[in-house]
Design a protein around this ligand. Structure first.
Ligand code: ATP
Ligand code: MG
Ligand code: MG
Ligand code: MG
Length: 560
């Protein structure tokens, strides 16, 4: 490709509203442009990268025995009503009326479509197992589209769905996909972890892993052990380490009338949040000193303070619980000189009013106010504090990492096959429910995830597998006939040998050309300048910055 013809505008300046490195670089290197919030146009360079990622994903899916289909993005609402997700999916589901007033949705994911398809097509055990996949555009009206392609409202995903006779079959299908994901991320050249994950809204039975590209720009926190292989999404780690207050323990309606709060359940009710959103409740004295903390229902209390407040003797964690039960007095929410800080999954709130005025009985309504009284730690710090207490498998403390969720493999079980009546007749003629798994991979999110790991202050550093082109040939002065001739000849020879080459044939100053070359970040640059008079060129490796002076012939051989 000749750069003078390429539909490309690089930007000198950092775009104002892009505060994540990959977002800035994708705009500056001319990979994409925003149309509206969370919706992007892929320009030629960006589309080449996306196509390469999708080609790798497609190869590995095919190798794993999955078969590609193309599913409709436009789907009737009835399918979503049948699965129950018409209500459950919430405002992320894009809904609209067609001209005949039928309600439709734009697919954020395709369990409904694929299960109804398989329900119609599969009758006998002879047709199973089967894994189908699609690579296409998905739509989610995300509340906070963020950082370019990292969280779009319209984005690209590979999604696969497995259909099996029994649990053992599902285990095998799941393992095949898990292994394929490892091969994909190995080939993409990124550092990643497969971590145990929470089931979330998709609703499934045992078993699911998220594939995380390690990066500070990620929204997920991973708890990992350096002593054993344990690695989990922090929500999952907290859940595994501590007894989780589940919805079934939420107080009954009549209790709601009781003013005041003394347990996590009370808080949940007053704040109108779900228990699993609360990571930690900390009780502070007015001087900001924490005296007690309650972590997802597990009490951890400053004994001196508690003894004073409750008048208890020989206090232990267990007896604190007992005292609470017997006296009905609050353990955590201890008195007139305290403030409460509730640490949520994402936001931090302080509960000061009401509690501060707490009397002997300690029963007061809680008012939620933004936390101005206490320094607000980063969410990661809070998770650090929470996870510092966890040792989930081998007893060693966990370390926390930030990650970008790029893939998710999930044992669904029979949630969707039951809802759609997807059954088969077994060898004995009995009717049985198909067992499902689903396997998502955000192909467009992979691009910024890779860039987060592969860039420097000058631009992108593409891994060869997904670089838009492999080699950048830069003749320094296109008015110099010798340079142009050498550049064109090398360009044609490499092209004929199957190497993807970008030739910077623009009449620009060398500084501009070099800056653009670093920004675009192709793995190898061949600079053709005045040394061509002696038959030499410069070959530069973008990743290491290593420069070699070679003859044209040597450069050609080195690249091949
Ligand atoms: P997240 O937790 O980041 O919202 P998710 O768990 O909702 O993601 P899944 O339903 O598991 O996402 O979808 C499979 C994959 O699709 C994700 O692992 C991710 O790579 C990608 N993905 C999901 N939402 C988006 C989005 N808004 N923009 C880009 N990629 C996305
Ligand atoms: Mg999501
Ligand atoms: Mg997720
Ligand atoms: Mg997920």
């Amino acid at each position: 490709m000749k750069q003078s013809k390429l539909f490309l505008n690089t930007l000198r300046e950092n775009p104002a509203d892009a505060d994540v490195a990959s977002h800035r670089l994708m705009l500056r290197a001319g990979l994409m442009r925003q149309l509206t919030a969370g919706v992007y146009t892929f320009l030629p360079l960006g589309y080449r990268v996306l196509s390469k990622i999708e080609a790798i994903v497609r190869q590995e899916m095919d190798n794993a025995g999955a078969q590609e289909v193309l599913l409709p993005a436009m789907q009737p609402a009835e399918l979503w009503q049948q699965s129950g997700r018409w209500e459950d999916y919430g405002a992320e589901l894009i809904r609209f009326q067609d001209r005949h007033d039928r309600t439709m949705v734009l697919g954020p994911t395709h369990e409904e479509v694929i299960t109804s398809l398989v329900q119609n097509e599969v009758q006998s055990y002879r047709q199973l197992p089967v894994t189908l996949y699609q690579i296409q555009t998905k739509f989610r009206d995300e509340p906070r589209p963020r950082a370019g392609l990292l969280r779009g409202r319209e984005f690209r995903m590979k999604d696969a769905y497995s259909f099996d006779l029994d649990e053992a079959g599902l285990d095998a299908s799941y393992q095949a996909m898990y292994d394929a994901y490892c091969r994909i991320f190995d080939r993409l050249g990124v550092e990643y972890r497969a971590v145990e994950a929470d089931s979330g809204a998709i609703g499934g039975e045992a078993g699911n892993h998220e594939f995380m590209v390690l990066s500070e720009a990620g929204e997920d926190t991973i708890a990992g052990c350096s002593h054993c292989s344990y690695a989990a999404n922090v929500e999952k780690a907290v859940g595994q380490a501590l007894p989780q207050a589940d919805a079934s323990q939420t107080p009954a309606r009549e209790k709601v009338a009781t003013p005041g709060t003394k347990t996590i359940e009370d808080l949940v009710r007053v704040l109108g949040v779900s228990a699993s959103q609360i990571i930690k409740v900390v009780v502070y004295l007015a001087d900001g000193k924490p005296v007690a903390a309650c972590l997802r229902g597990d009490h951890e209390v400053n004994e001196v303070k508690l003894k004073k407040v409750l008048g208890a003797k020989d206090l232990t964690m267990a007896s604190a619980e007992e005292v609470l039960r017997e006296t009905g007095k609050p353990v955590g929410f201890v008195g007139p000189d305290c403030g409460l800080k509730v640490v949520f999954d994402r936001d931090i709130l302080s509960i000061a009013d009401g509690v501060a005025a707490s009397n002997e009985a300690g029963y007061h309504d809680i008012h939620v106010v933004p936390n101005r009284d206490f320094p607000v730690p980063e969410t990661a710090d809070i998770r650090m504090a929470a996870a510092g207490d966890l040792c989930v498998k081998c007893g060693q403390p966990l370390r926390l990492f930030r990650g970008i969720e790029v893939g998710h493999v999930f044992k669904l079980g029979t949630k969707y096959s039951k809802a759609f009546g997807a059954t088969y007749t077994d060898e004995s003629g009995a009717e049985r429910t198909i067992i499902m798994g689903c396997y998502g991979l955000g192909t467009s999110r992979v691009i910024p995830a890779v860039i987060e790991q592969c860039h420097d202050e000058n631009g992108i550093i593409w891994p060869i597998a997904i670089a838009p082109y492999h080699v950048h040939i830069v003749p320094v002065n296109i008015k110099d006939e010798q340079q142009v001739k050498a550049a064109e000849s090398l360009y044609h020879r490499l092209h004929a040998a199957g190497v993807e080459v970008l030739l910077d044939d623009r009449d620009e100053r060398p500084g501009v050309k070099f800056k653009d070359a670093d920004l675009i970040g192709l793995p190898v640059r061949v600079t053709i300048g005045s040394k061509i008079a002696e038959g030499n060129v410069e070959l530069k490796i973008r990743r290491t910055g290593e420069v070699q002076v070679l003859t044209v012939e040597q450069a050609f051989e080195t690249i091949l």
